[in-house]
Design a protein around this ligand. Structure first.
Ligand code: FES
Length: 183
């Protein structure tokens, strides 16, 4: 009991002072280093890779010559915060021939609120099942009462090596008249 009440010895005080200073100095150095490392290594902070711009979707042989649209998944490799996924569907497109070597492509997502549109052969056009927007074969709004603020989102298409159909796949913001790409 008596020992507890006694003030610390000078050597002990000196040791405590040095230990305290070393601890504070260490923390001063370590904290910014640890914070920097956390920022650098946190996968969520790393830029996620997006699908490459042009993706091979199919070949001309898969499209009827009469211009009837066909729906195709868009599949590519994709890297998220933690993993690289070699084969991932990133969306879907309608493709239709507009010439022997010419193809038109639309994103299947309705520009109104993001539902997937269906092709209706009997109507020779597209219908969105959510709020009944209708689109002609060329993607334009066919019924003025359609709530969609714009026609289907057309995508750039390239024919490579004579038959390969490459699409510059992109999603766009829904709900507005302007076609604004989503990053
Ligand atoms: S989401 Fe297509 S009409 Fe509303």
């Amino acid at each position: 009991m008596e020992q507890e009440d006694r003030p610390p010895q000078p050597e002990r005080r000196g040791f405590l002072k040095k230990a305290g200073a070393a601890l504070i100095g260490g923390l001063t150095v370590l904290f910014p280093v640890a914070a920097g490392l956390a920022v650098f290594t946190d996968p969520l902070r790393r830029r996620q890779s997006r699908p490459s711009d042009a993706i091979q979707v199919t070949s001309l042989h898969a499209l009827p010559e009469d211009g009837v649209p066909r729906k195709f998944p868009v599949i590519t490799s994709h890297t998220d915060a933690w993993n690289k996924h070699p084969v991932v569907p990133v969306g879907a497109v309608y493709l239709r021939r507009t010439g022997e070597k010419r193809v038109q492509a639309f994103n299947v997502v309705c520009p109104h609120a993001g539902c997937f549109v269906d092709y209706k052969p009997a109507k020779k056009g597209f219908l969105c099942p959510c709020h009944n927007s209708t689109f002609a074969l060329d993607g334009r709004i066919s019924d003025p009462k359609s709530p969609s603020p714009r026609g289907l989102d057309e995508l750039e298409v390239e024919i490579r090596n004579g038959t390969e159909i490459w699409v510059n796949f992109q999603n766009f913001r829904a709900g507005g008249a302007k076609k604004i790409p989503l990053s």
